[in-house]
Design a protein around this ligand. Structure first.
Ligand SMILES: [Fe+2]
Length: 470
């Protein structure tokens, strides 16, 4: 990608700020009364050391609060062990997705059971069972105060019992939260957990697995949990020995295909295994049931090359281009007869997909998917536009501005809406010409800009966040 974009988006830490009122160009809707919380890497540099991959780094929270057409901003590092030791020692002390701390030969004795696995919960966030949690792919979730962004405590379930890795994309059915956990053991398991109120996680379903796959999300329909088992798999022994960083223990084995495992989330019974050709994905979008079929919408890649493409040394190459994510709808016959088939729902490159989850989760009537995208005419080696896909009509509209790199688009419905897309899209955009970031508000229906609010510094390329009304 361009040098300026790489230096700003994958750079060093910015200052922690509290700004009561950002300058706003345009007009934010008066009904926008709430807070956009975002999570992501706060720095890719610790002392003289650099992290190796986009999914590494120390967690930083960002907060945009809206009231009466005005917006405030604050950002803060999570004060967890990975942060404290990085600051105290001036070096990377904890293992991340694709970075391990430098260790002597004797220091290599570690594993997924090791306390040196990161607590830098930087990937996403959610309100689960009465807590605001920063989420990591390890079961170490960090509670924070949504007003001050102060770290409130580490919330860790019993990893050797529950599992060692989890998706960062829990699903919600009313106030019940579900998540998929992988337990590496002599006999490993995929485990579906549910949690409600402040209770302990309860096992909803599980299935044994010899070589667990890397799973970043899962699908959920009214009756089922859907586990697309991509053929990027690990021998659990490799994680026990831990000779290389976490993700580099996984191998792409396309001859396995990508079977879909369907679990009944009410009765815990495995329902079906449905074969499909191999593909890889980070993100499920939505899933629903219709007749005897289950439909699973997912942003798919032909293989796992997208993971390698996110290494920083690759992103720094001026001519590196990312593989395009493709929004597919898989049709799974629930009678177990026949393979999965799919149709392509959009021609646009997509990643970090969002839709109106509160209204349309598990509902096949939904029409719009919003995502970060790459402009095919002006590829800059990273996501440089937003797309709105109308999956009923197969049409896309985009928002693009020169030198700008927009992050995950979050849909906020208007309070009196009639149409699905009455509302705004919020996205944090890095403007590499001006050297800083701004919060972008688009009219979700027209996809036209209605307002932007500049931050006096860049925000590193982040991952996920959410909007909380009130
Ligand atoms: Fe994700």
């Amino acid at each position: 990608m361009h040098d300026a974009a790489f230096a700003l988006g994958f750079g060093d830490s910015a200052q922690e700020l509290i700004i009561d009122r950002l300058p706003v160009q345009g007009k934010l809707p008066d009904w926008l009364q709430g807070t956009l919380l975002r999570n992501g890497p706060g720095t890719f540099q610790v002392g003289a050391e650099r992290y190796r991959h986009w999914f590494d780094g120390l967690a930083m929270l960002h907060k945009f609060s809206f009231a009466g057409g005005a917006v405030s901003y604050a950002n803060k590092f999570l004060r967890n062990n990975a942060y404290r030791e990085a600051r105290a020692q001036g070096r990377i002390a904890y293992s991340e997705f694709a970075t391990d701390p430098c260790r002597s030969l004797f220091g290599r004795v570690m594993s997924v059971f090791s306390p040196q696995i990161t607590d830098s919960a930087k990937v996403s966030l959610a309100y689960i069972a009465g807590r605001f949690l920063a989420l990591a792919e390890t079961p170490i979730q960090v509670e924070f105060d949504p007003q001050t962004l102060e770290t409130a405590g580490v919330y860790q379930y019993e990893k050797n019992t529950v599992g060692q890795m989890t998706t960062v994309h829990p699903h919600f059915d009313g106030d019940m939260a579900y998540n998929l956990v992988t337990r590496y053991h002599r006999i490993s398991h995929y485990r579906l957990y549910r949690i409600q109120d402040r209770g302990a996680p309860q096992l909803a379903a599980e299935m044994p697995v010899k070589q667990p796959a890397y799973l970043h999300s899962f699908g959920m329909s009214p009756n089922y949990a859907i586990l697309a088992e991509f053929p990027l798999v690990v021998n659990p022994l490799a994680l026990l020995l831990w000779l290389r960083p976490f993700i580099e223990n996984f191998q792409w084995k396309p001859r396995r295909g990508t079977p879909f495992h369907i679990l009944n989330r009410h009765t815990s019974a495995p329902v079906a295994r449905i074969e499909s050709d191999p593909f890889f994905a980070f993100h499920h979008v939505n899933a629903f049931e219709k007749g005897n079929d289950l439909f699973v919408d997912i942003v798919a890649y032909p293989d796992d090359a997208i993971i390698s493409a996110f290494y920083l040394h690759r992103l720094a190459e001026p001519k590196n281009e990312l593989p395009f994510g493709q929004l597919r709808r898989y049709r799974l016959p629930l009678n177990g007869r026949g393979r999965a088939t799919y149709e392509v729902l959009s021609d646009a490159c997509m990643e970090l997909p969002r839709f109106d989850y509160a209204q349309y989760n598990m509902d096949g009537g939904y029409r719009y998917v919003y995502a970060s995208s790459i402009n095919p005419q002006q590829q800059h080696g990273f996501y440089n536009q937003l797309v709105k896909a109308d999956i009923h009509r197969g049409e896309d509209i985009t928002w693009f501005a020169p030198d700008c790199y927009p992050g995950e688009p979050v849909f906020v419905p208007a309070p009196d809406r009639v149409r699905e897309d009455d509302g705004v899209i919020l996205s944090v955009v890095l403007d590499t010409a001006r050297g800083n970031s701004f919060l972008l508000a688009l009219d979700a229906a027209s996809f036209q800009e209605i307002a932007r609010a500049e931050i006096p510094q860049p925000v590193l390329f982040g991952y996920h966040g959410d909007y909380f009304a009130g």
